[in-house]
Design a protein around this ligand. Sequence first.
Ligand SMILES: Nc1ncnc2c1ncn2[C@@H]1O[C@H](COP(=O)(O)OP(=O)(O)OP(=O)(O)O)[C@@H](O)[C@H]1O
Ligand SMILES: [Mg+2]
Length: 497
Amino acid sequence: MNYCLEVKNISKVFPGVRALSDVSIGFYPGEFHALVGENGAGKSTLIKIISGVYTPTEGEVFLNGAALNAQNPKQALDKGIAVIHQELSIANDLTVAENIFLGDEPKTPDGFFLDRKKMNEMAQEAIDSMGVRINAKAVASSLTAAQQQMVEIAKVITKNAKVVIMDEPTSSLSEHEIEALFMQIMMLKKNNVAVIYISHRLNELFITGDRVTVMRDGGKVTELLIKDTTEKEIVSNMVGREMKDYYMHTAHTRGKEMLRVEGLSVPCLFENISFTAYAGEVLGFYGLIGAGRTEVMETIFGARKAAAGSIYLHGKKTNFASPRDAIAANIGFVTEDRRRTGLMLNCMLKENVVLPSLAQHSKKGFLDFKWEAVISEEYIGKLKVKTWGINAIINTLSGGNQQKIILAKWLIANSNILILDEPTRGIDVNAKAEFYALMDDFVKQGGCIICVSSEMPEILGVSDRILVMREGKLSGILNRDEANEQNIIELASLQSQ
Ligand SMILES: Nc1ncnc2c1ncn2[C@@H]1O[C@H](COP(=O)(O)OP(=O)(O)OP(=O)(O)O)[C@@H](O)[C@H]1O
Ligand SMILES: [Mg+2]
C-alpha cells in the first residue's frame, strides 16, 4: 500500500528554538495514526507544517506522492487535508452553521447567494449524526467549550477530506462526546480517510488505533503498531525511560473551614448548591459536562451573580462583586478555557505568571522586577515548562506548557483557596504526576483545593472528598474511602426519582 501523506526529513527552527529535527513519517489511507509525545515535543508544529500554517525549514510534505508545499491552510484544505487545531478557531460571533461552512457556504442554485436554509439543514444534520444536542442556529459564543469542540469536529467531517488531522480533540469532551467522536473516526476510516490523531489520553489510541509515532524533543523516537504495543511501552518511549509509579495520594489532615456555600442558585444553571471546603483537603467536583460545575465556580469567584444563597469565607459572609475581589481574598482560579480567560497571549511568560501577584510585589506602582525574574525561573523549573526563557511570548509555547503557566501563576499568588477547573487538560503524563505532587504540597501546607475534573482517574486519584453534580443539582458527596468509579457515575448520571 502507498502512503497518501508523507512528511520527509522535516525540520523547523524558530528564533532560538529547534522545534523539529529530521522527522519522516508516512500515513496510510484508512489508518488511524496517532502522534504522541510530551508537551513541547513538536506535534502541533508538525501538523501546522502539513497544513500550510508554517513552512518547514527543511524537508517536504508529499500528498499521494506529489510535493504538496501548501502555502496556507486554504490550499491544504483544497487538496483534501482538514485540520482541527489544538486551540479552537471558532468564530464567536457566527452561528454554529456559519462556523461549519465558513469559506464554502452552500449557494442558491444560481450560485450567487448564500443558501442559509440549506446551510442550516446541512449543519444540523452533521451535528445530529454525531449524537449531540446543539442547535445549528445558535451563536457560537453561547456554547460550552465541549460543544464548540464538537462544532470543530463537525466542520472537518463535512469537508470530504482525504486526510483528517485532529490535535487533541478530546481534551474538553466528556465520555459521551468522546464516544460520538470515535464513531465518526471509524466512519472516516471506512471511507479510506487517513486520520492523524494527537492526544495525551493514551487509552484512546487503543479504541481504533492502527499505528503510533512517538516524538521526543522534536525528533521521531519510534513508530509502533498499536496491536503490538502497550500504554506502558508508549509512555517509556515518550519520556525516554521507565515511568515510575504514577501519582500516589498521601494522607491529608483536614483543618479549619475555609469556604462554605449555602443554597447557591443561578436560574437555569444550578440550584441549591451547599458544601463546605476545608483547609488541608482536595474537594473534587465530578459531573458530566453541562452539570453546572464550572458555573458554580464562576459564581463563587464573583464572575457570575447568584440569585440566591450565601458564601462564607473563613466563616464570614462574603459576596465577591468581581473576580478582582476574590483574588484579593487569596482565591485562585484556574479556568477551563485557557485561551479565553487564562492568559495574556501576546505577553511574555514572566508577565503572565506574576499577574495576580502584582499588588503584593509592587512598590509605589513599580513591580519588583528582580523578584519577577527569580520567581518565574523557579516555577519554570518546578513545573518543567519547556521554553527558551522567561521572556518568551506565551503564544509561542506549546499548548501543555501554556497550561502549566496558568497553574504557576496561581501557585505564585499565595492563594490559600485554589479552584482548579480541568487543570491537567492537555498536560502530558509525566507533567501530570508532577502537578499532582504540587497540589499535594499545597494542601499539606494548609491550602484548600477545589478541583473540577471530568477525568475519573484524576478525580479518584487526587480528591479527599468527591462532590457529584447532576443537571445543576448536587447529587451526593462521597468520602475518599467510599468512592469508586461506579457509585460516582451513578450519582452523576441517574435520573432523579
Ligand atoms: N511560533 C513559535 N515561535 C517560537 N517557538 C515555537 C512556536 N511554535 C512552537 N514553538 C516551540 O516549538 C516547540 C514545539 O512546540 P509544539 O507546540 O509543536 O509542541 P507539542 O508537541 O504540540 O506540545 P503540547 O503537547 O504541549 O501541545 C516548543 O518548544 C514551542 O515552544
Ligand atoms: Mg500541541
